[in-house]
Design a binder for this molecule. Structure first.
Ligand code: FES
Length: 106
């Protein structure tokens, strides 16, 4: 299992265990993390699973694909660390990952 922490806009931390092969979005939904809506169910067509990858993890997680980047145009308050969490695959290297949930979703 891969530990993933979701930090809420008020600073509250929700610690979860992600299943390798699933996605960060699926981990959030399975654990009832507030603020991750995931309307499209992971098809990269809604941008309501937007997160900010913690600065310590941006290199390891990497950047968005072109398709994801196009979809991020529909998210609110996009920053350099923005990713769609349905496009981040859970894997062993991400054990300890921290992502920040935005104040609102598109
Ligand atoms: Fe819709 Fe990620 S769940 S883009």
């Amino acid at each position: 299992m891969t530990k993933i922490t979701f930090v809420q806009p008020d600073g509250a931390r929700i610690e979860t265990e992600g299943q390798p092969g699933s996605t960060v979005m699926e981990t959030a939904i399975m654990n009832g993390v507030p603020g991750i809506v995931a309307e499209c169910g992971g098809a990269c067509t809604c941008a309501t699973c937007h997160v900010y990858v913690d600065a310590a993890w941006t290199d390891t997680v990497g950047g968005p694909s072109m398709m994801e980047e196009d979809m991020l145009d529909f998210a609110f308050d996009v920053k350099a660390a923005s990713r769609l969490s349905c496009q981040i695959k859970v894997k062993d290297e991400l054990d300890g990952l921290v992502v920040h949930v935005p104040g609102r979703q598109g």
